[in-house]
Design a binder for this molecule. Structure first.
Ligand code: SF4
Length: 155
């Protein structure tokens, strides 16, 4: 997996103070996408064990308390990203007690494959669906267009 940006302290992408990872790779090609540079799986930087460990360490850092991890992109549920994302969310849920996981994807919940659903088992909140420019609304919280749904599984 490749990623574009990692923010160890983020107060914009999800509630509270969080760690946020923007991964590379997206097949959805939404008109008006704010992040076209992430579409290629080969864009950005190589994600590795060192960064995975850094995310775990940051989430457990008591000096700046994080509420959880946000996963965005690109698309964390791109088939090529699933192995790395699954390993990360499993580690967060076993090693970072009480931290929530929010995940943004261009797929809708009902079109997820079994492999994608494996990741969702560890996710607390899923924001799903493509960005649709004709339904865009800047007043919406945590989503760009009205067709996208916030699924709160565990909060
Ligand atoms: S799902 Fe997100 S990153 Fe992918 S094309 Fe749509 S808006 Fe862009």
């Amino acid at each position: 997996m490749n990623y574009h940006q990692y923010h160890p302290i983020d107060v914009v992408n999800g509630p509270g103070t969080r760690c946020t990872l923007f991964v590379s790779g997206c097949v959805h090609q939404c008109k008006g996408c704010y992040n076209k540079g992430t579409w290629s799986l080969h864009s950005g930087h190589t994600y590795n064990e060192q960064l995975e460990q850094q995310i775990i360490t940051d989430l457990n850092d008591m000096r700046i308390k994080r509420r959880g991890l946000s996963l965005s992109g690109g698309d964390p549920l791109h088939p090529q990203n699933l192995a790395s994302i699954l390993q990360l969310v499993k580690r967060v849920k076993t090693e970072c007690v009480g931290k929530d996981i929010w995940l943004w994807t261009g797929y809708t919940l009902n079109e997820l494959s079994d492999a994608q659903r494996q990741v969702i088992e560890y996710v607390d909140v899923l924001i799903d669906g493509k960005f649709e420019q004709d339904k865009a609304d800047p007043s919406l919280e945590w989503r760009g267009s009205a067709n996208q749904i916030i699924h709160q599984f565990k909060l």
